[in-house]
Ligand binder design. Structure first.
Ligand code: PXP
Length: 246
């Protein structure tokens, strides 16, 4: 299981003062030196954290894999085609949201999503669709010939009762199995932390986790290298045991 670290919130802190620090480029280097498999950033249309300059510098400096989260907006698609990240993750985006809320509705936006996927894949990028673990969305993703999906774990992370956690885990497991059956690579992310990630690790079909907020938050207290190393340690040493996700 691979770990991508989302560094958006390093830039969020920088933007709180419109200052130069903390530098997301330096943060990416520390995350890579701590052993993560990819660097994730989201160039939002409102540029609330990562900006175009950051993205271009990350393209030059990231040695592992650069994964750009992006909306299907034409302006962002053009930037992606110019900068050429290794991976593009298509996400829904609304200006008023605090963070990405829910997965991309591939089912009802098939034409536009398919067109963007084709252009990005033709340019050599690995393309992933960030979707809810619903059968209709997973089948739609497969039909438009994308190679990877990232299952949205936000509902699971925000579940308020043990029953709800169990239900969301079941949904994620079924979704991961279906994705694999359809020949897709399956990733997961959103709202994962040092505790709830262990439930997701029970689903051994998932190949990559993308985690941001919990790692950057922890880095304030223990340092970024340690915050990343601790997450990698959990991922690498975890042994599935319980029946929670069955
Ligand atoms: N994956 C995707 C597609 C996302 O949009 C985000 C949030 O930017 C993440 C993973 C990481 O979520 P979090 O910051 O809650 O770990």
């Amino acid at each position: 299981m691979k770990l991508g670290v989302n560094i958006d919130h390093v830039a969020t802190l920088r933007q709180a003062r419109r200052a130069k620090a903390p530098d997301p480029i330096k943060a990416a280097r520390i995350c890579e030196e701590a052993g993560c498999d990819s660097i994730v950033c989201h160039l939002r249309e409102d540029r609330r954290h990562i900006n175009e300059g950051d993205l271009r510098l990350l393209r030059k400096t990231v040695k592992s894999k650069l994964n750009l989260e992006m909306a299907c907006a034409e302006e962002i698609v053009k930037i992606a085609l110019e900068v050429l990240p290794d991976q593009a993750t298509l996400v829904p985006e609304r200006r008023e949201e605090i963070t990405t809320e829910g997965g991309l509705d591939v089912l009802n936006n098939r034409k536009r999503v398919a067109e963007v996927v084709e252009r990005l894949q033709d340019a050599g990028m690995i393309v992933s669709l960030f979707i809810d673990p619903q059968e209709s969305q997973i089948r739609s993703a497969s039909e438009i010939k994308v190679k990877c999906i990232e299952l949205h774990t936000g509902k699971f992370a925000n579940a308020s009762s043990a029953e709800e956690v169990k239900k969301e885990l079941r949904q994620l497991k079924t979704g991961a199995q279906l994705g694999l059956k359809l020949g897709l690579e399956v990733f997961a992310g959103h709202g994962l932390d040092y505790d709830n990630v262990k439930d997701i690790l029970q689903i051994n079909k998932i190949q990559e986790l993308n985690i941001g907020h919990s790692i950057i938050s922890r880095s304030i207290f223990v340092g970024l290298d340690k915050a990343v190393s601790e997450m990698i340690h959990i991922i690498k040493t975890f042994r599935p045991c319980s029946i929670k996700a069955q």
